[in-house]
Design a protein around this ligand. Structure first.
Ligand code: FES
Length: 140
C-alpha cells in the first residue's frame, strides 16, 4: 500500500501569496507537490462555501493565504477572511473535519522562502493527521 499523500487546496491572494509561490518557483525552492493553488484577487472573496466544498469533494486540507494585516489591496479583505476562518474552524467538526484541516496564513510577495516552508509544514501536518473522512468514504 502506498503512503498517504494529502491533497491540499490553497486559495491564495493574487497580490502576495501567489507572487510568493511564483518567487519560490523561480528561485527553485522545493516544496511538496500536494498543493493545488487557486488564485483569487483577495482572501476576502473566499466564500466559506468554497472551503467546505473543497473538503467535501476530497481535499484533505484547505489553506487560505493572503496579504499581511494592513497590506490588503482591498483595505480589509484579509480581516474579513480572518473572521470567516475563525468561524469555519468552529463549525468544521459538525461536518466531520478536524479544524487543523483549515489554515490561514499571511505570506507577502517577497516571502518565497516562507511560502515553501509553510507548504512543507502544512503537508507534513496533514500527513500526520491522515486522510479526511470524505476521502476515506469516496469510491475512486
Ligand atoms: S489583496 Fe491580498 S488579502 Fe486582500
Amino acid at each position: 500500500m502506498e503512503p498517504f499523500e494529502p491533497t491540499i487546496v490553497a486559495f491564495v491572494c493574487n497580490w502576495c501569496t501567489y507572487t510568493a509561490a511564483d518567487l519560490a518557483g523561480t528561485s527553485r525552492l522545493s516544496y511538496p507537490k500536494n498543493i493545488r493553488l487557486i488564485r483569487v484577487m483577495c482572501t476576502g472573496m473566499v466564500d466559506p462555501q468554497y472551503v467546505i466544498k473543497a473538503l467535501l469533494e476530497g481535499a484533505d486540507a484547505v489553506l487560505v493565504s493572503g496579504c499581511h494585516p494592513g497590506d490588503c489591496h482591498y483595505i480589509n479583505g484579509n480581516y474579513k477572511a480572518r473572521r470567516r476562518i475563525r468561524l469555519l474552524k468552529e463549525i468544521l467538526p459538525r461536518f466531520g473535519f478536524e479544524p487543523e484541516r483549515l489554515r490561514l496564513t499571511w505570506i507577502g510577495a517577497s516571502d518565497g522562502i516562507q511560502f515553501a516552508e509553510i507548504m512543507r509544514d502544512l503537508t507534513s501536518q496533514i500527513r500526520a493527521i491522515g486522510p479526511s473522512q470524505t476521502r476515506q468514504t469516496m469510491i475512486i
